[in-house]
Design a protein around this ligand. Structure first.
Ligand SMILES: [Zn+2]
Length: 233
């Protein structure tokens, strides 16, 4: 009797553990599909508001967090990351900072998501009409700690100027926003050996995306065009 109880207990423990780690075992492609479907529900006004009830609060407080993706986005109040992917509590490990830049603190937070929490997908999510990038592209006068923050954005704007000329334009801004997404990926690979190793081993996919404020749609940019080279360095 005692033995069979013990067997049953072990079986239940295995079931519980495997259900808890189910999200962890998803492939990067499966996670990307989840995010794409969530954004579709959001733009179609067909949201399900998942994982926001008391049951989820209890489950995540008792058994910890097992998010399926790590995402860094801009602090802009028009880019609420969980909302735009129709996700709930414990679903996405989110880092938000003006201009979605990756410096030391952001790289450390990303490492926590991809290495400690094992999310198989990391996304740098830029957005249209980004104020931080516009400030750099228009050479706006900045005060306090902001000049230091936007240092990270300057290479993206310089490259956009090379393509579109010195004058500010919508095209220039859009190119700078896209460049800045890839710049953040580059900065992460430069700062984080851990992330490079996870990408090389196939455990992690790192991609860029742009959120469009007017439609709510996420435009997927894919991996950095020079990822192989960046990861090998
Ligand atoms: Zn922004």
């Amino acid at each position: 009797m005692k033995t069979s109880k013990l067997v049953m207990l072990s079986f239940l423990t295995v079931c519980l553990l495997s259900s808890l780690s189910a999200q962890v075992k998803m492939s990067p492609e499966q996670v990307l599909k989840l995010l794409k479907e969530g954004n579709e529900r959001y733009t179609d006004q067909n949201r399900t508001y998942p994982n926001l009830n008391q049951e989820r609060l209890t489950e995540t407080s008792e058994h910890g967090q097992h998010p399926y993706a790590t995402i860094i986005g801009c602090s802009d109040s028009r880019v609420p990351i969980e909302h735009i992917f129709d996700a709930g509590i414990g679903d996405i490990f989110v880092i938000r900072v003006a201009g979605n830049v990756v410096n030391t603190d952001e790289a450390g937070s990303i490492e926590y998501g991809v290495e400690h929490l094992h999310t198989p997908l990391f996304v740098v999510l830029g957005h249209s009409s980004c104020g931080a990038i516009t400030a750099v592209a228009t050479d706006a006068e900045l005060h306090g700690n902001i000049p230091k923050l936007v240092e990270n954005i300057k290479p993206a704007v310089t490259a956009a100027h090379e393509e579109h000329g010195e004058e500010f334009s919508e095209e220039l801004l859009n190119t700078a926003i896209k460049n800045n997404v890839f710049q953040s990926i580059e900065d992460l690979f430069e700062k984080s050996q851990i992330t490079k190793e996870l990408v090389e081993s196939g455990k992690l996919m790192v991609i860029g995306a742009i959120y469009h404020l007017n439609t709510g749609k996420v435009e997927w940019l894919g991996e950095h065009p020079k990822q192989e080279e960046l990861v090998a360095n």
